[in-house]
Structure formats: structure tokens, C-alpha cells
Design a protein around this ligand. Structure first.
Ligand code: ATP
Length: 198
């Protein structure tokens, strides 16, 4: 089974594109959603977080004290990096378990992650897709979707690699803008992945 990573800057449309692949029957591992789940499920990760940031990281009932963690890592690169060094390996483990336990034979799967390149996760995929879109379009999409200001979106963008950096690491590009057909680009890649030799 081939593993395909898919990423893109905030508002590029990677989740939307994964939904299109899903309509073709392709299974998608949503790394950012899984990361949230395993914060309260993965024992190794929970222990790591408590050892690093203190037992206050979790409430008595086992739920995550989001506010406490967010306060520590907000605008603190060193603390954020410590958290990422705990979470990223845990997501890698979760992906391996997910892929190993798939019930059906599939030609390829997608791993969607906002920080695919930043986390090093792309190295574990056979091929990687970068979704791109013009800045203006990305800003407008996220402002509309999340009801936030352009400055707030820009602040989130500043924490990610630029498209230029990511393009150097990507095998394929999807241009999710108003002048390229999304469906045709997805179908073309789908056909290509079906033909990759296992
Ligand atoms: P994030 O990193 O913030 O999760 P994302 O890259 O996953 O963003 P999406 O959530 O897929 O992006 O898309 C952002 C918004 O733009 C959504 O509201 C989505 O419906 C819209 N959008 C994405 N692509 C298109 C498109 N081709 N046509 C119309 N709307 C789109």
C-alpha cells in the first residue's frame, strides 16, 4: 500500500481536497484530528506531557487542560517545540497502527497534515502533495470559514513554512485556485497513484 502525504498552508483547501479523494473511495488519515484525540488516549504521550509541563496539563477526569498548555506554548518557540516533539512521534505511531489495521485492501491512502513537512512526517510517505492557492484567496477563505480577521490568519500563516519552502519537498502540486479544475487535478493524481508499482 502506497502512503501519500498531503499538506498545504492554512486555507489552501487540503481538507476539501481530501474529501474529493474520499468520494473516490480513498481512505484519509487526518493527522490534526488524530493529534487532538491521542492527547487524551495515548498513554506514552500523556505521560510525556505531564513529565514535561506538569500534572496540571490534565484535569482530574483525564481531559486536557487546553488553556494551561496553550498559555505555556503561546509565543514560546522552545516550549512549542517540546510539545511538538512529544505529539509528532505519537501521531506517527497512530498512523502506522491505522494503516496496519485497515480492513480492506487499498491501493493507496492519504495522510493529511498541516505540518507534514515541518514535522518530518513527509519522510514516512512514499509521495507528497502540496496544495497551493493565492494568498488573497487563502486569507478570504479562512476569514469566512473561521470568522477571523486577516491579521489573525496571517499570524497563523507565519508559523508555517512558506509555499516556496514546501514546493522544494513536494512531489506533486494541486493548484486550488479559480483558474484550475480541482476535480481534474484530483482525478489525474488518483490515476497516477493507482498505477504506481507496489
Ligand atoms: P486549514 O489548514 O485551516 O484546516 P485547509 O487547507 O484544510 O485549511 P479547507 O478547510 O479545506 O482548507 O478550506 C478552507 C475554506 O475554503 C473552507 O471553508 C472550504 O470550504 C473553502 N474552499 C476550499 N477550496 C475551495 C474551492 N476550490 N472552492 C470553494 N471553496 C473552497
Amino acid at each position: 500500500m502506497i502512503k501519500i502525504g498531503i499538506t498545504g498552508g492554512i486555507g489552501s483547501g487540503k481538507t476539501t481536497i481530501c474529501r474529493v479523494f474520499e468520494t473516490l473511495g480513498i481512505l484519509v488519515f487526518y493527522a490534526d484530528t488524530v493529534a487532538k484525540q491521542i492527547m487524551v488516549e495515548d498513554e506514552i504521550l500523556i505521560k510525556g506531557v505531564k513529565d514535561t509541563f506538569g500534572h496540571e496539563s490534565y484535569f482530574g477526569d483525564g481531559t486536557l487542560n487546553n488553556k494551561y498548555i496553550a498559555n505555556i506554548v503561546f509565543n514560546n518557540e522552545a516550549e512549542l517545540s517540546k510539545l511538538n516533539q512529544l505529539v509528532h512521534p505519537a501521531v506517527f505511531r497512530a498512523f502506522d497502527v491505522w494503516a496496519a489495521n485497515l480492513k480492506t485492501e487499498v491501493p493507496y491512502v492519504l495522510k493529511e497534515a498541516a505540518l507534514l513537512f515541518e514535522s518530518g512526517s513527509y519522510k514516512m510517505c512514499d509521495k507528497n502533495i502540496l496544495v497551493t492557492a493565492p494568498l488573497e484567496l487563502k486569507l478570504n477563505r479562512v476569514m469566512k470559514r473561521d470568522q477571523v480577521t486577516a491579521d489573525q490568519v496571517q499570524a497563523r500563516m507565519d508559523k508555517q513554512f512558506t509555499d516556496e519552502q514546501k514546493m522544494k519537498m513536494a512531489d506533486y502540486l494541486i493548484h486550488n485556485d479559480e483558474s484550475n479544475s480541482l476535480i481534474l487535478q484530483v482525478l489525474e493524481l488518483h490515476q497516477l497513484f493507482l498505477n504506481i508499482k507496489h
